[in-house]
Design a protein around this ligand. Sequence first.
Ligand code: MSP
Length: 475
Amino acid sequence: MNNKVFITTAIDYTNDVIHAGHAYEKILADSIARYYRALLGKDKVLFTTGTDEHGTTSEKAAKEKGVDPLTHVTNISQANKKEIDSLNISYDRFIRTTDKDHEKIAAEFFAASFANDDIYKAKYEGFYCEGCESHKTLSELNEAGQCPNHPTREIQKLDEDNFFFKWSKYEDFLKELITTNKLLILPEGKRSEMLAFLDSGLNDITVSRPKYKVSWGITTPNDPDQVIYVWFDALINYYTEGSQKGFWNDETRIIHFVGKDIARWHTLLWPAMLKSVGCKLPDVVYVHGFLNLEGQKISKSLGNVIRPSELVKEYGVDTTRYYLLKYGPMGEDADLYREHLKEVYNGELANGLGNSVSRVAKMAERSGLEFPVAKSQKTKPDPELFEPIKDFRVDLVLQNIWKKLAELDKHINDNEPWSITDKKKLEKVLSFEVSQVREVGRQIEPFLPETAEKIREQFEQPAVKAGEALFPRIK
Ligand code: MSP
């Protein structure tokens, strides 16, 4: 029985500062972490995010800027942290793969897998895509001989001595793990995709690079001239924090949130690595799609990169969170269209939520009545509203809460509290409406924490105080 939960996001590369696309995963994971904290208590939840700082792209970006790698990755990591903070992400640790504890634990992990006879030295001859930080077979390249995900980057041809991990040994183990849902891969389509990949067979994978090629990494414990391959290093970040905080054990449900481009590493390589060293395996990998902007991929070369903090500045933190959680790439890819965002803002936030809260607040204040805060009022997530969260469908939870808001609005219109002259009747009608707003305020906390706080300030005492509009209409 798990009574603790460990939630993670992928850790972002430090070749450049994150963009709005990266924001989606952080907000999604954050809302799940906040939900579990409300359900289980703060000390039962651990939530991490961070930066993946080693490897060729970071090393090259530093060189281009004429600074040493550590200075470069520190700058980007700090900038990323600011971006993430602008989204009100409640991580317990922002982990960096250059953190000393991680470097030590990653090297120990490598040594343990080596000691278990799962790592051996051999020659690698083949391709490498620096954009993916990944070795490629000829069949994975497009007709022009480039990586389909990074067609503008030159593909590297490698011929070098590496350490290899015996990935092929774990094929049957992985098949059993996934078909029995001991490792739950969501959504279902991604699970089938991973199983299909497994069916095509696994080859052993290189897990180090020679220092004369890449010097920016963690030195392997077995050979001072090799560094640990950046993916092997990065995946261990979860274990670094989880194991030190007592969240890497059978008591804990481990949930990884990742994008579709890195599902394979998390569902197939990571469990095999953990099995190799005899550690607990993750329970769930949730795979989301990609966020595009106005119908286009977000990319530097297209010049449409927008930072999370820019969205926050323009629309506010909770609007950004709401829009992405409700209309973001939950499973399939999705687009952020500014026109749509404005429509959603006016329709669902200014009108739907803001207007109902403000109507009740004003009428309650004007009535001069007191509305004691009932002890029995729900402080935990309502199981009925949150039913879709079992599949992490936060968009559907929001839909449920907004249905409740529509009911409240109907109640106001049907009862017309502004025209009630009988004090007793008015008290009854408003008491119900105030209790509904209080409940909605509590239920939206995982998604819109700032707005929940504003509602609390107006409603969490017997004398309700109307405040400023939560979401003033925009043109
Ligand atoms: N460093 C690796 C992850 C290592 S985790 C042990 C990496 N970094 S990344 O910066 O390229 O991507 C970080 C996360 O952001 C990934 O889950 C990726 O799928 C996600 N996204 C990157 N661009 C995205 C969009 N446009 N939309 C949604 N998610 C996106 O991969």
